[in-house]
Design a protein around this ligand. Structure first.
Ligand SMILES: [Fe+2]
Length: 306
């Protein structure tokens, strides 16, 4: 199969890991040999006490931290608050994240924090608004920016284009990369009755840098992207379809509650890793050396490509 050109060859391949959650902390630090990257919600690490910051430094020394934002509200037609961006920039530098990801969404309207990701109307006006905010953000943050496709439950009536066209317009116009959440794509395809494979093929897959995997659940007539269930067979099939069509650098398994035994999460990590290897990605053996766990002094090596 023809492999797409790598969009950012200088980015490290960071492998497969988990979304860091405090409830999983003990298990995660006990299994850092099996997890080559963790994704942190950067909003939870912006105002750290000195003690928490020291622990964060240690974590960053032991495992590659991918930083994921949820509060930037890039789609709001107002500039992103510079004080917030400065805090994000500082934490990104401590984390030494190879890239920074946010959502193609909005979470704020003037004066109100909505507290959840809201879909943008698929319009040229929204493309322009988010592109302007991204342009300003790129002036401040040096790490490459990835945008994630979100799950949405009601299609905006003012839409002028499809979701895939909308995402493609933003990625090209703002010159940013894609964090492809396969469960979000699958969830939307079920709720809005379209073919997820056609959706994925209509995205610029050469811009995929990272992938999210998760499991959802039914609530009434909607499939919800809850991250509270195991990854479904359909999402694994889509993952197997996507991997050989892009040059993915990192994969994160997201779980946000209804936690199973940790071994089940590790099994999902291993399954994702074996899919990458099946397609010749990350074939060299892991050379990362973990010498301690967060909370203790360490000079552990950073993860290398594998
Ligand atoms: Fe996600």
């Amino acid at each position: 199969m023809k492999r797409h050109a790598r969009p950012l060859p200088q980015l490290p391949a960071v492998g497969v890991g988990l979304g860091y959650r405090p409830a999983l902390h003990r298990e995660i630090v006990s299994h850092l040999r099996e997890i080559t990257c963790l994704e942190i919600i950067i909003d939870h690490f912006l105002d750290m006490t000195p003690e928490k910051e020291a622990q964060f430094h240690d974590l960053a020394s032991n495992v590659c931290l991918l930083s994921h934002g949820i509060g930037m509200s890039l789609g709001t037609a107002l500039p992103v608050e510079s004080a917030y961006v400065n805090k994000v920039k500082r934490t990104l530098d401590i984390a030494r994240s190879p890239w920074f990801s946010e959502h193609a969404a909005f979470t704020k309207v003037p004066g109100i924090d909505l507290g959840q990701l809201m879909p943008l109307p698929f319009t040229e006006e929204a493309v322009d608004a988010i592109t302007q905010n991204i342009g300003k953000l790129k002036n401040k943050i040096k790490q490459p920016l990835l945008l994630e496709n979100i799950a949405y439950y009601l299609a905006h009536p003012a839409g002028e284009m499809t979701e895939a066209e909308f995402l493609t317009r933003i990625l090209h116009k703002a010159n940013v990369y894609l964090l492809l959440d396969i469960n979000n794509a699958y969830t939307n395809s079920v709720n809005h009755n379209y073919d997820p494979y056609e959706f994925i093929l209509s995205l610029p897959l050469d811009r995929v840098v990272q992938i999210h995997l998760a499991g959802g659940e039914w609530k009434g007539q909607y499939l919800i992207d809850s991250h509270r269930r195991s990854i479904s067979r359909e999402v694994w099939r889509l993952f197997d379809f996507v991997v050989p069509r892009c040059a993915v650098k990192g994969v994160i398994v997201e779980r946000d509650g209804h936690y199973p035994p940790f071994s089940e999460l590790l099994e999902e990590v291993r399954t994702a890793r074996s899919t990458l290897r099946k397609y010749g990605i990350f074939v060299r053996s892991l050379r990362r050396r973990v010498t301690s766990v967060p909370g203790r002094t360490t000079n552990a090596a950073r993860p290398s490509s594998y």
